[in-house]
Design a protein around this ligand. Structure first.
Ligand SMILES: NC(=O)c1ccc[n+]([C@@H]2O[C@H](COP(=O)([O-])OP(=O)(O)OC[C@H]3O[C@@H](n4cnc5c(N)ncnc54)[C@H](O)[C@@H]3O)[C@@H](O)[C@H]2O)c1
Ligand SMILES: O=c1ccn([C@@H]2O[C@H](COP(=O)(O)OP(=O)(O)O[C@H]3OC[C@@H](O)[C@H](O)[C@H]3O)[C@@H](O)[C@H]2O)c(=O)[nH]1
Length: 347
């Protein structure tokens, strides 16, 4: 059951208890299944999360997605399964379903996609999160938001722990996403304090793995697709900017632990291994295609210059830390990309 009594917020504020869930939950003949909504479940992280949730026979999973960056193909193994439902729905519209938990992931994550229609991105983050919180309030569900390391903006503190308030441009081309997620976090805490909703906030750092869109535009998918196609790896200048890359199975494990645990967050989830984009390109070249060229191309505005999570809180509160190193994760992603591109490894 998702509702136990409100937990204490990050700022120590005591809150009202959450609303009661449906009386069906205590009915004599009711099967005690957990009904879980995953918004954005047809996307990269969402579909891996669905796979993990479906492994538990007590779970029923409902995915809502507008298929902007996600695809039914990511969920094909579950379509038609009696414990699974897929609904084409945009989270900027209200949704009425009876659920115990909500994993709220719906939002384009790749910069080229979130900048494509910035007004829609901010609507998804603000109105979409408001709608999911309204749903959580109505049915007494616990709700987890996948926030982002981008709430730290171009960080002046390095590495970043959860107490850092960030350095974000409010009017830049990335703001629809960064500021959108910051407002989404604010809404989560206001619903928690004002209405007693049980909330969980994950601040996800760059995550990679199989099933990323091949033309997603993010750096790991770009470099792997380029290496396989024998096209130059496009390092955006200066190439010394850093990121920390977490393999998707580690991320999903962290999200489920956060949902099931007692801490509201925000909690950083990410792999603290830090790489410059040039180092990443060199790793991809060495592992996938030693012949490939590395070229420098122009960068985009407001690109964060450094990013690395402090994960002490996740270790303490969730007993979680990543297990898969970049050099082990890249070949797994290569295999998936080769299959989808139809380009087998030679020799
Ligand atoms: N992958 C990362 O590195 C990363 C890092 C930080 C945060 N996150 C967050 O994790 C979540 C999932 O990211 P991802 O990498 O899987 O991205 P993704 O683009 O693959 O998945 C997002 C999903 O949300 C759906 N969606 C977008 N707008 C929607 C709307 N208005 N209504 C319904 N569905 C909508 C898309 O169709 C897609 O299936 C996002 O909230 C993202 O901000 C991801
Ligand atoms: O082809 C490329 C693409 C990107 N890059 C660089 O690689 C770095 C990472 O860029 P990505 O587009 O993969 O992702 P970003 O780190 O900028 O943003 C991501 O951060 C966390 C999440 O919330 C999102 O998934 C996304 O916004 C940037 O410095 C970018 O300039 C390249 O050097 N070459």
């Amino acid at each position: 059951m998702a509702t136990q009594g409100a937990s204490t917020g990050a700022n120590g504020a005591t809150t009202r208890p959450p609303p009661n869930p449906s009386p069906l939950r205590t009915a004599k003949f009711f099967q005690a299944n957990m009904r879980i909504l995953v918004t954005g479940g047809a996307g990269f992280i969402g579909s891996h999360l669905v796979d993990r949730l479906m492994e538990n026979e007590k779970n029923e999973v409902i995915v809502v997605d507008n298929f902007f960056t996600g695809s039914k193909d990511n969920l094909r193994q579950w379509i038609g399964h009696p414990r699974f439902e897929l609904i084409r729905h945009d989270v900027t519209e209200t949704l009425l379903v009876e659920v115990d938990q909500i994993y709220h992931l719906a939002c384009p994550a790749s910069p080229i996609f979130y900048k494509y229609n910035p007004v829609k991105t901010i609507k998804t983050n603000v109105i979409g999160t408001l709608n999911m919180l309204g749903l959580a309030k109505r049915v007494g569900a616990r709700i987890l938001l996948t926030s982002t390391s981008e709430v730290y903006g171009d960080p002046l503190v390095h590495p970043q722990d959860e107490s850092y308030w960030g350095n974000v441009n409010p009017i830049g081309v990335r703001s629809c996403y960064d500021e959108g997620k910051r407002v989404a976090e604010t809404l989560m805490f206001d619903y928690h304090r004002q209405h007693g909703i049980e909330i969980r906030i994950a601040r996800i750092f760059n995550t990679y793995g199989p099933r990323m869109n091949i033309d997603d535009g993010r750096v790991v998918s770009n470099f792997i697709a380029q290496a396989i196609r024998n096209e130059p790896l496009t390092v955006q200048s200066p190439g010394t900017q850093t990121r920390s890359f977490c393999y998707v199975s580690d991320m999903v494990d962290g999200l489920i632990r956060l949902m099931e645990g007692n801490n509201t967050g925000p909690i950083n989830l990410g792999n603290p291994g830090e790489f410059t984009m040039l180092e990443l390109a060199e790793n991809v070249k060495e592992l996938i295609n030693p012949e490939v060229k590395i070229i420098h191309v122009e960068n985009t505005p407001d690109d964060p210059r450094q990013r690395k999570p402090v994960i002490t809180k996740a270790k303490e509160v969730l007993d979680w830390e990543p297990t898969i190193k970049l050099r082990d994760g890249l070949p797994r992603m290569e295999e998936d990309f080769r299959k989808r591109l139809g380009i087998p490894r030679t020799a």
